[in-house]
Design a protein around this ligand. Structure first.
Ligand SMILES: O=C(O)C1=C[C@@H](OP(=O)(O)O)[C@@H](O)[C@H](O)C1
Ligand SMILES: C=C(OP(=O)(O)O)C(=O)O
Length: 441
């Protein structure tokens, strides 16, 4: 096995976004998907034997998941692999013991996927998070877990930090949930449901359900390990009790993290290729080729590599992005250079992502002299000539990468905290500057 060349040294602090000296022509290899890695870790932890993840993501969010599962008693070892960005992982399931505290950091997947699993532990599990993430919604999930008989002590806050008083089992059965705040409430329950005594019959009662591709991702990940899941109606899922099959799973590149790099082709008038682009994927980033084409790009695929080439202009968008709200920051970065206005709707819940992304994006665009406004469930960007200035990351990796994207064309964009990219892409500045070296004037 080749030695892993994995040694990220994420740049911290203020980052003056490098200007592109010309059209970027580059091929960028993207590390593994955060959403897939953290799902497969959870399922491997409750499988019928040892499993392996090939080319998983190594970032803050995946590290938090690994630490959480180890704290519950699961064996997770790094093993030599061929991945460019870090070792493979060997996972050995074990009885979930508990009697521990888990810090979820800023990882929504850890907050929402570990809480149900903690209900299966033998003893108490105290869940907390980074101080900048304690605002993230948990109430709908806490309510559903209580209805399933899980004892949760949140001191009446319906929020982190709280303690799950595990008793080694969860009966399961029918439960209603309002998952309007986050699809991860649904995914977290579905992921643990096979280990509920009688499985789960989950019914969503809220007025909208974001990020449907992520729920499809959860269902696909469980189904391919032999777990039967039915969808009797929209917003309703039936999970049969069972033990997921242990497997060796190769993790796809993170298609949403590819977004700023592909967008760089449009902003600089060049072309960027990403190898290993899956033919089929439940990742919301799989919508990027269609979206970027709608914005004027030319998109092609050849032997698994996706290539995005700039068109004559960047066209404005008017779209409902509820299925792929995590793409919003990158698309706003593109919209700033479009030939016409962009409206993005159906994303009101991202006000409770790592930060209030709608307010943060509007505030940052205005700070650079641009025109942007908040809508009740989204935002609108009217392209204007931008000037350099401070771009606030707000502890949000996708805010930071969007500042870098805008900085390709606008001199003097200073991102105040580039280190927040380590949440899902600690190699961001390394990969970004390597891409720019391919710029040809
Ligand atoms: O299940 C997942 O892996 C995710 C689901 C989505 O959460 P929301 O439905 O809360 O937006 C998405 O935004 C997040 O980046 C990752
Ligand atoms: C919202 C995000 O992450 P999470 O909810 O998994 O913390 C994201 O990656 O954009």
């Amino acid at each position: 096995m080749s030695a892993n060349r994995y040694s990220p040294s994420p740049v911290q602090g203020v980052y003056v976004a490098p200007i592109s000296t010309g059209a970027v022509h580059a091929t960028v290899t993207i590390p593994g998907s955060k959403s897939l890695t953290n799902r497969e870790l959870i399922i491997a932890a409750i499988a019928d034997g040892p499993g392996r993840l090939i080319a998983p993501l190594h970032s803050d969010d995946s590290r938090r998941m690994i630490e959480a599962l180890r704290a519950l008693g699961v064996g997770i070892e790094e093993i030599d692999g061929n991945g460019e960005f870090g070792p493979d992982l060997a996972i050995t399931p074990a009885k979930l013991m508990g009697g521990t505290t888990i810090d979820c950091g800023q990882a929504g997947t850890v907050m929402r996927f570990i809480a149900p699993l903690a209900g299966l532990a033998q003893r108490d599990v105290h869940l907390t998070a980074h101080e900048t993430a304690l605002h993230r919604p948990m109430g709908g999930l806490i309510s559903a877990l209580r209805d399933l008989g899980v004892d949760i002590d949140d001191e009446g806050t319906w929020a982190l930090p709280f303690t799950v008083r595990g008793h080694g089992r969860i009966r399961g059965g029918r439960v209603e949930i309002d998952a309007s705040a986050s699809s991860q409430f649904v995914s977290g329950l579905l992921l643990a449901a096979p280990r509920f005594d009688v499985g789960l019959h989950l019914v969503h009662t809220g007025d909208h359900l974001p990020s449907l591709p992520h729920i499809d991702m959860t269902i696909e990940a469980l189904s391919r390990r032999g777990i039967r899941i039915e969808r009797p109606a929209t917003g309703e899922w039936l999970v049969e009790a069972g033990v997921p099959r242990a497997k060796e799973i190769a993790i796809e590149p993170d298609l949403s993290n590819a977004a700023p790099f592909l967008a760089a082709a449009l902003v600089t008038g060049g072309a960027v290729s990403v190898p290993g682009w899956p033919v089929h994927s439940t990742q919301p980033g799989a919508l990027l080729p269609e979206i970027l084409q709608a914005m004027g790009a030319h998109v092609g695929r050849h032997s698994g590599t996706l290539t995005v080439r700039a068109g004559a202009e960047i066209r404005g968008l008017d779209m409902d992005l509820s299925a792929a709200s995590e793409l919003t920051p990158t698309l706003v970065g593109l919209a700033a250079f479009a030939s016409g206005p962009t409206t993005i709707r159906g994303i009101g819940h991202i006000r409770l992502h790592e930060t209030d992304r709608i307010a943060a994006l509007v505030g940052n665009i205005r700070a650079l002299g641009g025109e942007a406004e908040e809508l009740s469930d989204g935002l609108r960007i009217i392209p204007r000539q931008l000037r350099g200035g401070r771009w606030a990351a707000h502890h949000d990796h996708r805010m930071a990468t969007t500042g870098a994207l805008i900085g390709l064309r606008v001199p003097g964009v200073e991102i105040d905290d580039i280190g927040t990219t380590s949440k899902t892409l600690p190699e961001f500045t390394l990969l970004w500057e390597r891409m720019l070296r391919g710029a040809s004037s």
